[in-house]
Design a protein. Structure first.
Length: 277
């Protein structure tokens, strides 16, 4: 018996289509009548039935996740109503992951200025297969994070793992580095994992990564180590203030990733944790 359940719209366009279908029903009703220029009642009923089916699809076609009692098994399936279910399967919690994805789009406004729009998604995956691409909604974030947060609360094992890899948008993301306090470099990466791999290619004693455009006035993460040591001091910095610091064995990849993803998450100012929501 499933004790907890979370549902997601299967397609991102469902809410928009529902509004369109409702508007069409209103239109059909407004032109229905017995006059020569009006829609016959029989045709209106058929059209309304089709539109109602569309509304039902948009409102109730969901991808559901159910935790079976207190076990480590999750039932995943699509449903049109609670009684009409299909494509159901049961997977182990350890096979489920949530990865973050951010897309940035630039458009020119009426006076020729570039305006950048950021759209955040969550990829829900089972054994690296993406079963849902969910667009984060600002309104959901105001009320506790929406179904993504509910899923994390239902499956806390997802967020208790050492790290979840961040997937950046298709365009490379650029970070500025300050090496040994006086040499500035830029690197281009596609993920948090790739960011760490690039940092590890430098053999400098101090590597400061500017995570925000404000550079030394914004959030940074610094790695300090000696060539003959097997430990590193890692500090998350905001302006001149040290937020967090850890001494990490250089072979502890997971803890390095945790520090980086936590710092990246803290860079988010819109209220949305696009690094680990």
């Amino acid at each position: 018996m499933a004790q907890e359940k979370v549902k997601f719209p299967v397609y991102s366009f469902q809410n928009e289509c529902c509004i369109v279908f409702i508007a069409l029903i209103v239109f059909v009703a407004s032109v229905t009548g017995t006059g020569d220029d009006e829609l016959p009642l029989s045709d209106a009923l058929i059209a309304s039935l089709i539109l109602l089916l569309g509304i039902t699809f948009c409102l109730f076609y969901k991808l559901g996740f159910s935790r079976i009692d207190s076990t480590d098994m999750i039932q995943i399936g699509r449903e049109l109503t609670p009684l009409i279910k299909f494509s159901t399967r049961i997977v182990n919690i350890k096979d489920i992951s949530i990865k973050k994805h951010t897309e940035r789009h630039s458009e020119r406004d009426e006076i020729g200025r570039d305006q950048e729009t950021t759209i955040s998604y969550r990829f829900i995956q089972v054994n690296e297969e993406t079963i849902l691409k969910y667009r984060m909604n600002d309104l959901y974030l105001l009320f506790g994070g929406g179904p993504i947060k509910k899923l994390e609360r239902m499956i806390p094992e997802i967020t208790s793992r050492k790290y979840t890899e961040e997937i950046f948008d298709e365009d490379l993301r650029i970070f500025s580095l300050l090496l040994d306090g006086n040499i500035e470099k830029k690197i281009k990466v596609r993920s948090a994992k790739e960011l760490l791999e690039n940092i590890s290619n430098f053999d400098n004693d101090s590597i400061l990564v500017y995570l925000e455009d404000a550079k030394d006035k914004g959030r940074q993460i610094e790695f300090c180590s000696k060539a003959d040591e097997d430990i590193a001091l890692v500090k998350e910095i905001l302006g001149d203030e040290i937020i967090r610091k850890e001494i990490i064995n250089i072979e502890n990849f997971n803890l390095f990733m945790e520090m980086i993803t936590e710092a990246l998450r803290n860079c988010e100012t819109s209220g949305e944790e696009w690094w680990n929501n």
